[in-house]
Design a protein around this ligand. Structure first.
Ligand code: M6R
Length: 614
């Protein structure tokens, strides 16, 4: 996830672009840059690190220009550094981009074969080259830079929001959108492009939200819009009346709620470019293990992680053992290094961390490496310490997670673990092509399933009223949904300050059943699965003792209604993918209870987003 801003009009726009980037910094902050056209020449300034570095460089030596673009980066391809910071330039063209170009390697090779030289490791630079090449002989009518942009877009696969400038055509900015957000702000005599409304809402309240496939040509005095076929299109502006603070949260009350709603897009980003449906396989070129290691040498998978990432690791064990038939252990990173772990050169260690800076996880992965294990990190932050110290990294594409309570990082970790388990299973022959195809086809539908769940959250307001006075909750789940019970309990604890425990359903009768009364709500994760009947019996045990039950259950399951006071419905999906779906109601439940209680949802007391002490 990155932030884009563009301007064309009568003002010297450097400060305006920097101000826009500051408001987009929540989208990424590992490097930033701007490009301005001044007297027919494009000047670019970029800086590694937070935006303040770029601001300092700009104000030391201000750049004039009434047409410009800017970018704040969250690295996905190429480490965070000045060379990889946007804008990227090729010939007379500069480009900023948010998204992932899936076929960038093939395009780069092709461009290099025509003598094009690259200066960065990014997928974005190819876009600049493609537009620059097309500018030499733009096909189709209209503005030449727009025609060249459309020729370049025809070559791209993946997701993008793109804004581009050319020295040859300083009268326009061109913009395009496919699966990554982009808005155009309209004003009198000046026009704006941005990833998100808050970037420029100080200057205009009239916005066109581009549709997928749309392109736009921004002149100082007007904007021309085009649909995916390149035909002129009418796009009605919407008037935005949000206040600037809520606008950064895109109108959501808290970042956590925004991040819950973002999950379909972020899961789709994590899947993007990694599914080979034709062969029922997964492409994980980033895990460049020696040939035959997975098939012949791998004896043991060892997961290390903390908190929510540990819970995703527990789901990972289930996936790795059921899909790839590899013995898998999962340890809390803080325990692992003091526990004489049995890992060696036949072990694949998976270190899971959103931040990539968690001290316990870092210490655990170092211990695993000392013992000869190869380490794959599943990590959200490029070039973080854990990413750098691991042998290989599978990046989750959750984008910056601002809320302290992890939501989209968790579901993108589950997505990465699912892909990894299918990949290992295919190599070990425990999954054949047909099964791989079936699993991956279903995985591709998960974002739309989650979209349905997050867009229907009214029920949680009533639950919050009815249950937020309870002093303690018990969360129950079995099998692959047991870690989801743990995660549900953690979410409730950390943001609502209500005590909660997660338990394996079958263990309830061995102790916690003594606690049950009508003031001790039980949340049971009970989708239809091979353990459903057993979980159902546990529910009966709760009900017989007067407990109040909230059940997460499959759509169409009417039996559950006899034993649950509230039923939160989820669509049926295969067991391997269930956690991605069953965790959503628990995130929403915790969020609405915490919000009803009025706690500080995004920054709960005593917690930090990144825990860098052991
Ligand atoms: O950045 P990491 O994934 O390594 O962080 C691990 C935990 O600190 C983190 O998941 C924590 O438990 C969250 N607050 C959970 O919401």
């Amino acid at each position: 996830m990155c932030g884009i801003v563009g301007y064309i009009g009568p003002r010297d726009c450097g400060p305006l672009l920097l101000d826009g980037l500051r408001r987009l910094e929540y989208r990424g902050y590992d490097s930033a840059g701007i490009a301005l056209i001044d007297q027919g020449k494009i000047n670019v300034r970029r800086a590694e690190g937070k935006l303040r570095n770029l601001e300092a460089a700009f104000y030391r030596e201000p750049m004039p220009g009434k047409v410009g673009i800017g970018h704040t980066r969250w690295a996905t391809h190429g480490r965070p550094c000045e060379e990889n910071a946007h804008p990227h330039r090729a010939g007379s063209v500069v480009v900023v981009h948010n998204g992932i170009i899936e076929n960038h390697l093939a395009l780069k090779k092709e461009l290099q074969s025509r003598g094009r030289v690259f200066e960065s490791d990014t997928d974005t630079e190819i876009i600049a080259h493609l537009i620059d090449e097309a500018l030499a002989a733009p096909q189709g009518g209209g503005h030449p830079l727009h025609a060249a942009l459309r020729m370049a877009l025809a070559r791209l696969e993946g997701a993008y929001a793109i804004v581009a400038l050319s020295e040859e055509h300083p009268d326009v900015i061109v913009a395009a959108r496919a699966h990554s957000p982009l808005v155009v702000g309209l004003a009198d005599g000046e026009q704006f492009a941005a990833s998100d409304v808050p970037a420029v809402m100080e200057h205009t309240r009239n916005f066109v939200f581009l549709d997928d496939g749309d392109t736009a040509v921004l002149y100082a005095d007007r904007v021309d819009f085009f649909d995916g076929e390149g035909a002129a299109a009418v796009r009605e502006p919407k008037r935005i009346n949000w206040d600037p603070v809520s606008a950064e949260k895109q109108g959501y009350k808290h970042f956590m709620l925004k991040e819950i709603h973002e999950q379909p897009a972020r899961i789709a980003d994590t899947l993007r470019g990694r599914i080979d449906l034709e062969n029922g396989n997964v492409e994980l070129g980033e895990v460049d293990l020696p040939e035959g290691f997975i098939r012949d040498q791998l004896k043991h998978v060892q997961v290390v992680a903390c908190g929510t990432s540990y819970h995703s690791g527990l789901v990972g064990r289930y996936l790795m053992e059921s899909l790839a038939r590899v013995h898998t252990s999962v340890d809390l990173a803080s325990e692992f290094r003091y526990a004489s772990p049995v890992v060696d050169e036949n072990t694949l260690c998976i270190a899971i961390s959103q931040s990539g800076e968690t001290a316990d996880t870092l210490a655990a992965l170092r211990e695993a490496r000392r013992n000869g294990a190869r380490v794959v990190a599943i990590c959200n932050v490029m070039e973080s310490t854990i990413a750098r110290e691991s042998d290989f990294v599978i990046y989750t594409h959750a984008g910056p997670e601002i809320g302290v309570a992890s939501t989209k990082a968790f579901t993108t970790q589950l997505t990465a673990l699912f892909l990894l388990a299918v990949w290992v299973g295919r190599q070990r022959g425990t999954i054949d092509g047909a099964r791989g195809q079936a699993l991956l086809t279903e995985a591709r539908h998960i974002p739309s399933v989650i979209e349905g769940l997050v867009s229907n959250d009214e029920i949680y307001l009533q639950i919050a009223k009815d249950f937020s006075h309870a002093r303690s909750f018990l969360f129950l789940g079995r099998g692959i949904n047991y870690p989801i019970a743990l995660e549900g309990a953690l979410k409730l604890k950390e943001i609502s300050y209500i005590h909660a425990e997660g338990y394996a359903s079958g263990e309830m009768k061995h102790g916690p059943i003594a606690l049950i009364d009508d003031d001790f709500p039980i949340v049971v994760v009970a989708p239809r699965s091979k353990t459903y009947e057993k979980t159902f019996s546990n529910l009966e045990e709760v009900k017989a003792r007067g407990g109040r039950v909230i059940a997460v259950a499959t759509e169409g399951d009417t039996d559950i209604e006899r034993h649950a006071d509230v039923v939160l419905r989820v669509p049926h999906v295969s067991e391997e993918l269930q956690p991605l779906v069953t965790v959503i109601p628990l995130q929403l439940l915790s969020y609405y209870i915490a919000d009803f209680k009025g706690t500080d949802v995004d920054q709960p007391r005593n917690l930090a987003k990144s825990v860098t002490v052991e």
